[in-house]
Design a protein around this ligand. Structure first.
Ligand code: MN
Length: 710
C-alpha cells in the first residue's frame, strides 16, 4: 500500500522520474525488514516514519538516491545493520548519505554545555557542506518527527521543539526551503508556547469566512484586470504562518488586527516580463504604498528567493501581493531543492551554486569563531535569522549584508586591510559616521588611512561574523605584540636589579632552556607569558642567576634597589595605562599592576580600584615631561563668605596653575552651617607644585581644610 503511494508521489512531483522502480522496491523491503519488530510511541510500525520521510523528499522533487536513503535513514541507528552491509548492497553513495544522517542524529543541541553545543553544531554544518542531501534528509526526518511529537513526553517535546526552532528551521530558511521552514516553525511554536499559539490560531479562525469571501472577490477582480491586459495568471489567496504572525506581533509590536486585516494574494505568471507587466497593471489600477514595493527579481535574495512585492489599497484596505513566475514559486517554496538535477542528484543551476556558496560562506565565518563557543552560537543565530540589505561598491558591484550592517562590515567584506585601516565612509557621496547602519541601495566608499587601527568599540558596531572575527584577530595580534614588549621590559628590569647585564642574558642559551622547561618554544613566548603575568620575571631571573658569590660582589658595586619601570606620564606606551580612577601624577607613590593581557595599569598607592594581588605589582615611576601638565583634583572647605572664592582662585593663579574645572557649592545643597565646599581640578606639573598650591590655599583666612581627592 505505502509503496504504491510513495511511487505515485514520486511520479506526480517528478515528471523526469524513471519508470523502473526496482531499486526503490529493494530498498523499501530492506528497510521494512530491518525495522520489522519496532513500533513507534504512537503504536504504529516504526517503518511508517521512514516512508513518510521518503515521501517528504519526493515532494521536494529530490533524486532517487536521496529518497532511498530517506527510506533507510534509521537502519544504522536502530537496527543491527552495519555500514559495510549497506554499502555492499546499495553502493557507496547511499551508505554515505545514511551514515551522514545517523551522525547528525547523534548531536544533541539543547541542554548541556554551550561549548559542546557549538561544537556539535559546527560538525553538523560541516557534514552538510560535503553533501547537501544529508541535511535535506535530516530536515524531512525532523519534519515528520515534529508532526508526530504528541506521543512523546513533555520534556522530549520541549527539547526537540527548541532544537527545531533554533537549529533546523533556520537551516531550512538559509537553504530557501520555505515550505519546510514554516511547518517546522509552526510546529515547534505550538509546543513551546501553546497558549500564544492557540490565541493566534483562534483569532485567525474568528473572521475566517469574512476574510475568505473578500479574498475570493479580490482574486476574481485582479484576475479579470490582468486578463484585460493580456496577462494570463493564476491568482490565489495565501495565509501567513502562525509563527510569523507571532514574530511580527512581538518583535515589531504590530497589533494582530493590523497584520490580519491584510489580505495576502499571490499571482503566478509565465515569466519575469509578465511579473513586471502585472505589477504595472496593478499600480495603474489601484493606489499602492510606494515604500512597500520590493523587487526581488532584479536583485534576488541570497537564498535564491525571487518575487515582486507590493501592497495595493482597495477602498483604503491594504492588500499584500506577491508576483512571481512558476519557477520562482518553486524556488520560493523549495529553495535549493528546486534547482535539483534529478539525474545527477546534485544542484546544477547557477542559482543553486550561489545558494550553496552563500551557505558555505556562512560555514567559514563560523569556523573562524569556533574557539569562542558562546559568540559562535550568537553569530550563528544572527547570520541565520537576518534579512539582508544590498549596497553598492564605488565600481557598482552589489554586496549583500545583514540588515543593520555598517560601513565597517562593508569594509571588512571587501578586504581585511581595508577594514583594519578604515577611518571613515562616504555613503551616497556624503561623509557619514561609520557606525550608521547601511540602507538598501546605498553607494558606499570606504576612506582609509595607513595610521588608523581598529577600535574595540567597533565590535559593538558590526553585524557580520566576518568583521567581528577579523577585528578580534587584529586585537589578539596586537595584545601579543604588547605583551612581548612588556615582558622584555620586565625581564630587563629584573635583570638590572640582580646586577646582571640584560643584553648578555636575553640572548643566553640558558634562557632558552628555561623557556623550554616551561614547555614553551622560544624566548619570545616566554617574554609574552611574562608580559601577560602568567610567569613571573623574578622567578625566571632567579633560575638564570649564576652562583651566589659572584652576584654578591657585583651587588656591592651597585646602588639600585628595586626594579622600576621609568615612565613618562601622559605618554602612551601602548602597554602602560595611567588609570583615571586615581589620576596619578609625577611624584606620586605609584604602583603598576600587571594585567592579564592588557599591559600594566598604573594607580596611586591606596587606590581602591587596585586589586590586592601583590605578586602582580611592579614599581613604576612616573617621570615629569617638560611643558606638560597633569590633572589633580582638590577639595577645599572654607567659610561661605563674599570674596572667599576670589581669594582662593587668586592664590592658585599665583603659581601659574590653570584651573581646568571648578565646582563651587556655596549654596544650600552642600552647605553645612556657614561652610562652603569647593572642588577644583588643577593642571599641575607634579606633586611638588600641587603641594605648594595646597599649602598656599590652606594658609588663607577662612579656609578650613584642603585635601587632594583620592
Ligand atoms: Mn528518523
Amino acid at each position: 500500500m505505502s509503496l504504491i503511494s510513495l511511487i505515485q508521489k514520486i511520479q506526480k512531483h517528478n515528471p523526469e522520474a524513471e519508470t523502473d522502480f526496482d531499486f526503490l522496491k529493494t530498498c523499501y523491503s530492506f528497510a521494512e525488514n530491518a525495522h520489522k519488530k519496532q513500533l513507534r510511541k504512537s503504536g504504529e510500525p516504526y517503518f511508517m516514519h521512514c516512508v513518510r520521510t521518503a515521501e517528504i523528499l519526493a515532494q521536494l522533487r529530490l533524486d532517487m538516491d536521496t529518497i532511498c536513503a530517506g527510506l533507510m535513514h534509521d537502519v544504522l541507528e536502530d537496527t543491527g545493520i552495519k555500514r559495510s552491509e549497506l554499502e555492499k548492497q546499495f553502493g557507496k553513495n547511499i551508505a554515505h548519505l545514511v551514515e551522514g544522517v545517523t551522525k547528525i542524529g547523534r548531536y544533541k543541541f539543547s541542554g548541556g554545555q554551550r561549548k559542546r553545543q557549538a561544537d556539535t553544531y559546527r560538525k553538523l554544518l560541516l557534514a552538510t557542506a560535503e553533501d547537501m542531501r544529508v541535511i535535506l534528509i535530516k530536515l524531512a526526518d525532523r519534519l515528520h518527527n515534529m508532526e508526530t511529537l504528541d506521543y512523546l513526553s513533555e520534556e522530549q517535546q520541549q527539547r526537540i521543539s527548541k532544537e527545531t526552532l533554533e537549529i533546523y528551521a533556520p537551516i531550512a530558511h538559509r537553504l530557501g526551503i520555505w515550505s519546510m521552514m514554516s511547518r517546522l516553525e509552526d510546529l515547534s511554536f505550538k509546543y513551546l508556547l501553546p497558549e500564544a499559539y492557540r490565541e493566534i490560531a483562534d483569532l485567525l479562525n474568528e473572521k475566517l469566512d469574512e476574510r475568505q469571501s473578500y479574498c475570493k472577490k479580490m482574486e476574481v477582480t485582479i484576475h479579470a484586470e490582468l486578463k484585460k491586459h493580456g496577462i494570463s495568471a493564476n491568482v490565489r489567496g495565501r495565509t501567513k504562518h502562525i509563527y510569523s504572525i507571532y514574530q511580527k506581533m512581538h518583535q515589531k509590536g504590530t497589533p494582530f488586527k493590523d497584520i490580519c486585516d491584510l489580505v495576502g494574494l499571490r499571482i503566478l505568471v509565465k515569466d519575469d516580463w509578465n511579473c513586471y507587466s502585472a505589477l504595472g497593471v496593478l499600480h495603474l489600477r489601484w493606489n499602492y504604498l510606494p515604500d512597500r514595493v520590493r523587487d526581488w527579481i532584479g536583485q534576488p535574495k541570497k537564498n535564491g528567493y525571487q518575487s515582486l512585492h507590493t501592497t495595493i489599497l482597495d477602498d483604503g484596505k491594504p492588500i499584500e501581493i506577491q508576483i512571481r513566475s512558476r519557477e520562482m514559486h518553486q524556488v520560493a517554496e523549495n529553495g535549493i531543492a528546486a534547482h535539483w538535477s534529478y539525474k545527477e542528484g546534485v544542484p546544477t543551476t547557477k542559482e543553486a551554486l550561489s545558494i550553496f556558496a552563500n551557505y558555505k560562506e556562512m560555514l567559514e565565518d563560523i569556523q573562524d569563531t569556533q574557539d569562542v563557543p558562546d559568540r559562535f552560537i550568537e553569530s550563528m543565530k544572527l547570520e541565520l535569522f537576518q534579512d539582508e540589505v544590498y549596497v553598492f561598491t564605488p565600481k557598482g558591484d552589489i554586496l549583500a549584508l545583514p540588515v543593520g550592517s555598517t560601513a565597517i562590515d562593508f569594509a571588512y567584506k571587501i578586504h581585511t586591510d581595508i577594514g583594519n585601516t578604515c577611518c571613515g565612509a562616504e555613503v551616497n557621496n556624503v561623509l557619514t559616521p561609520i557606525r550608521e547602519p547601511l540602507q538598501n541601495g546605498d553607494r558606499v566608499r570606504i576612506l582609509t588611512h595607513p595610521k588608523t587601527t581598529p577600535s574595540r568599540v567597533w565590535l559593538r558596531m558590526v553585524k557580520t561574523a566576518n568583521a567581528r572575527t577579523k577585528i578580534r584577530h587584529w586585537f589578539r595580534e596586537k595584545d601579543r605584540a604588547d605583551a612581548l614588549e612588556l615582558g622584555k621590559t620586565l625581564l630587563k628590569a629584573e635583570l638590572q636589579v640582580s646586577y646582571l647585564n640584560a643584553n648578555d642574558y636575553l640572548k643566553s642559551p640558558k634562557l632558552l632552556e628555561i623557556a623550554q622547561q616551561l614547555g614553551l618554544e622560544n624566548v619570545e613566548e616566554l617574554c609574552i607569558r611574562i608580559g601577560n603575568a602568567s610567569e613571573s620575571a623574578t622567578q625566571v631571573v632567579n633560575r638564570l642567576k649564576p652562583e651566589k658569590s659572584q652576584v654578591v660582589a657585583e651587588e656591592q658595586k651597585a646602588q639600585q634597589t628595586e626594579p622600576t619601570i621609568q615612565l613618562e606620564n601622559g605618554i602612551d606606551l601602548g602597554m602602560v595605562r595611567v588609570m583615571k580612577c586615581c589620576n596619578p601624577i609625577p611624584g606620586d607613590d605609584t604602583v603598576g599592576y600587571i594585567t592579564r593581557g592588557r599591559g600594566v595599569s598604573v594607580h596611586r598607592v591606596g587606590c581602591v580600584r587596585l586589586l590586592d594581588e601583590p605578586e602582580r605589582f611592579i614599581a613604576v615611576n612616573l617621570q615629569p615631561v617638560e611643558g606638560t601638565n597633569y590633572p589633580a583634583q582638590i577639595f577645599v572647605e572654607c567659610d561661605d563668605k563674599p570674596g572667599m572664592l576670589g581669594e582662593i582662585t587668586t592664590a592658585i593663579a599665583k603659581f601659574q596653575v590653570n584651573i581646568r574645572e571648578g565646582n563651587f557649592r556655596a549654596s544650600t545643597v552642600t552647605r553645612i552651617d556657614d561652610t562652603a565646599a569647593d572642588y577644583f581640578t588643577l593642571d599641575v606639573t607634579g606633586v611638588e607644585q600641587l603641594r605648594e598650591v595646597m599649602d598656599a590655599v590652606k594658609s588663607l583666612k577662612g579656609v578650613e581644610s584642603v585635601v587632594r581627592k583620592m
